[in-house]
Design a protein around this ligand. Sequence first.
Ligand code: PEP
Ligand code: MG
Length: 576
Amino acid sequence: MSFTIHGTGICGGIAIGQALLHSHTRLEAGHYLLPRAQIAEELGRFDAAVDKTRSEFKTLRDNIPSNSPPEFEAFIDVHMMILNDSTLSKVPREIIEREQCNAEWALKLQSDELLAQFDAIEDAYLRERRADVFQVVERLMHALGGQPRYVPDIVDTGQSKILVAHDLSPADVLQFKQHQFASFLTELGGTTSHTAVVARSLNLPSVASLHYARSLIYENDTLIVDGTQGVVIVDPDPQVLADYRLRQHQNEIDRKKLRRLRTTRAMTLDGTGVELHANIELPDDVAEAEENGASGIGLFRTEFLFMNRDTLPNEEEQFEAYRQVVESMHGLPVTIRTYDLGSDKNIDGADRSALQNPALGLRAIRLCLTEPRRFQIQLRAILRASHYGNTRLLIPMISGVNEVDQTLHQIELAKQSLRAKGIPFDPQIPIGGMIEVPAAALALRMFRRKLDFLSIGTNDLIQYTLAIDRTDDSVAHLYDPLHPAILHLIALVISSANRTNTPVALCGEMAGDVHLTRLLLGLGLRQFSMHPGQLLAVKQEVLRTNLSSVRLLARRMLRIADPERMQSMLERLNAD
Ligand code: PEP
Ligand code: MG
């Protein structure tokens, strides 16, 4: 039976394919032995987790939205039954006692055993129950306080597989780059989480906030993903499928047409040149930036070099990665951002989600300044790469003058250490700051002269100004780039930078949204940096824009408070 699930589109376009449930992966749990005296306590901990999971199911069943598919209640009942079965609620207790191990490990041993039994079943229907068992185990694991961590077991997916996951970390998505999925669907997540940012960089139609998707979708179900509308159609009727295939084909034709603009200079109708740069996560992404005619790399998110590995990249490895990017851009500018780790991008197994407000904690430049040794390694590597091409160094999450001073001091120390060893670098390497904390935008006057360029990170600027956690899907609907406070801050930064002839770019997700191109041009922005896949559509918009006619309207939009009027004004700005 065909049905539709609604979520939040995080990357536009249409994908059609078969569902691959991410829960069909291995669950990892720590293993430790307990003294005999602690066994009773551990059993109590396990029982409490079972009770907690049971009451979660009960709450879910009591609060089923009236528009949910009728199967939903049955799903919850099946999960309740699985939980209450002695294979899950009793056998792990016996393992804890017998092996004297922690509850997570006992649960893992038992779930491995159960899942292996399901794998051996011939009957397709019964085999599908494996996903249900896994989901219950996963909830139990969560209730035990452990964060279930998934290790993908996916080897060869093929283009038409659509990954359906509860949640994915940015590192997970990065790892999936090699698996060639047609689309990503997640039950959690908002539009500007780093996970969404990486998914968008893969240019795959994707939808987040699809609550209960993994309960409603079965392995190998045929899915249509409409990333623009944020909708997933499960098991579509043949007529609907044919219609979407046609639309998919039309999108492909439009994309091919856009490719003709690859070498066209980005210039408005009245002759103002605009720089369109690419955001990249890994050195190999440069190929896509070139294919889409990027006139530079506006943001190299170097923290992705640090992920999905056991040891940190040393100076040599980092230097090679940066040099590769700089050289392959053949003299075009490459903006390397020092690592922005912390918050939702962690390494070292450091799980900062346990903190109450990880996004307000030790993140980005704050983290770098507390770990000067690690920071020096990266600074030296970037400086060394600057010898091989047009390199710029960008500092993330500046919040005030002190951080600018401390960072400039660190850069000076790195330069001195290279000089002492006679290692070449560009002594004039431009140093820029990201404006993504409202305090930095408001206090820009105090430090803009210390920097050579600025880059507005609207993903974080929106998160911190509107107080909405980028990773929390329950507040994703409040994400509003047209909020008057956001437009004012952007306009303030652009005009303040222009006053001192400080080059200013915008590298958050707003830069790649064609609906906002004219507005940003009208506010004085001349440098945009975005995912390579968005470049040509934005270029087309630039080529169609007459600056003199959008300037006035864009300024007027700064005075509008009512969201509906704002929307109709935007439509006026984008008309013709
Ligand atoms: C931003 O915050 O807008 C930005 C470009 O940085 P990131 O998305 O990596 O936080
Ligand atoms: Mg940011």
